[in-house]
Design a binder for this molecule. Sequence first.
Ligand SMILES: [Zn+2]
Length: 300
Amino acid sequence: MDVHLEAALQSFNSRYSSEQACMETLIAMKWPSGFICPRCAHTRCSRLTSRRIPLFECGRCKHQTSALVGTMFEGTRLPLLKWFMALELFLLPDGISAMRLSQVIGVTYKTAWLMLHKIRHAALEFDARELLYGEVKVNSDQYGRNPSRCSVSHPYATAVTVACSVAESGELQQVKIRLVPHKRGGDERATRRDLTAFIDEHVDAGTSAVQLFPQAFRLYAPLRKVVREAWQSLKSTYGALGVKHLQAYLNEYTRRRWLRLSGTVETMRHKLLQICMAIPALPYRQLIEVQRKQPFAAVS
Ligand SMILES: [Zn+2]
């Protein structure tokens, strides 16, 4: 078993020993300063613990709710321990494949695939809310281009817009990588117009220090490196990825990179849980639908 995975499982087992421990963690995250009724904002409640998922009944309007309502965990039939373990393994330096996850936590491949896509979906929604600001650089690059084969064509290369905010120290902070719809193959790139559209959507309107790098021979080098690293990391974990789900995997990569920059394992874990608590789960049908709507679905 690989060392990262083993270490992650060991640290997991020392922290969470029961369903109840996981549930209490989520309850504390949902209501950090005590229960608040989502309907009438009353703060007194009675806790009904006869069920697997504890219900809280508002002392005034009698509305019943649980800590999982409106979160990624809502409606799940899986034990929370399995979810928590999946989140822990999602944070491994190169993530985890659905096949491996299914073996480690003892669920079917389909369940593992669905869990990972739910986590990715939460990461995507959260990412869309966090705009880049401060000093921002934007490259027109290609994903999937083998750097050791400079002269040959790259039929699987895909045009991407990749951008980051840069700290005063020069270090890259948050990074976003977005596929440019319908532009595949070694010669395809995002145009200046594509980059502008990206900026409208992903860069804070108050940011004045945006620098564009639309030309292939003059890209911002640190960002090029991130795209190459993303390619290598995703390739090592998932093998060859079809373009159908590629955007979801790229979001996973950039989100993990950003979480891992956030400091200790403890902070990283806490932030990922916050994301899962903030973003409602997509039902299976819709999740599949979202995947289909990715820009390249028709050709993959
Ligand atoms: Zn109430």
